[in-house]
Write a protein that binds this ligand. Sequence first.
Ligand code: SF4
Length: 363
Amino acid sequence: MAYPTAETAGMVGGFVQPDHLRAQLLSWYDANARHLPWRVGQQDHATGVRADPYRVWLSEVMLQQTTVPHATPYFLAFTERWPTVADLASEADGEVMAAWAGLGYYARARNLLACARAVSNDHGGVFPDTEEGLRALPGLGPYTAAAVGAIAFDLPTNVVDGNVERVMARLFAVDAPLPNAKLELKRLAGELVRSQRPGDWAQALMDLGATVCKPKSPLCERCPVSRHCAAKAEGAPETYPRRTAKAARPHRFGVAYVLTRGDEVALVRRPPKGLLGGMLALPTSEWRAKRWSESEAIGAAPAPVKWRSAGEVEHVFTHFSLTLQILRAEGDAQDVIWSPHRDMGGLPSVFLKAARVGLSSAA
Ligand code: SF4
């Protein structure tokens, strides 16, 4: 393929070696690193203080698929309530799942607990300090193992997430589209990893991707490595990374039942496996491609009471979008968990939205 290698990429805007690119980005990072609650400040880091692997791991799990502003309050709440991995490991599943509600991707919360318990029970509460050891923990994928290895243990790992893929695709003007280009982008990122300051390097790339080399409008005039950037030299960096056209996201319809008994709402615990597994939820029908008629919706209801339509809500999951048609009634039912109205905060956001709409309409 005709991509430049890390050795030749600097030739686009003048002959610059990868080590020069690294020096420029690291010096930008020294002056511009984001202050994040899971990071150790630059001055402390320079004196040998290392980030707490528990906090790094927790932040990385939370930050997958969500933004720093959204994840930060969750991170602060988790670390205040469970300051160590042993504290988290000894908590009841339901408490952690409820605290996770709103972050989405609930399989991640289950993996979080499995990992905390493995560290606590099998490793004496101490995270392994090798990439292989981290990778062997339950639920720790290659990205998280590399990130924790670099940031908490200063291992020269290759930390590549979507932000880093974008930066590499632009620096090297990689024409192959994602997702096929992933391996190539990882290889290019790997060529820039050195044993000097690997944690700072990983975080510098993350910060560059998040604050300068933004997805839609890269701020090239502020970029510390712009003279190395082949995409900028071409004139349209925002067109990288290339992508193959996405298949349309399918749409589904389901019915959510808001059944009340005085100031309590009927909830159910979803099966442990599958979407929103193990979470508290409103009772629902099956989710299918066809809209539910009122008689079908009432036929699938959890109790033979007088249901009436109370509106609907829309929600987008990773692999499909959903219209939840809401039915509301007052009455009793078997095999449900009665929960006070005020405790709805632990529901996943799709059910929280539906509960709010249902409760705001009279039974
Ligand atoms: Fe990204 Fe622009 Fe910097 Fe290239 S010059 S790495 S496109 S911000």
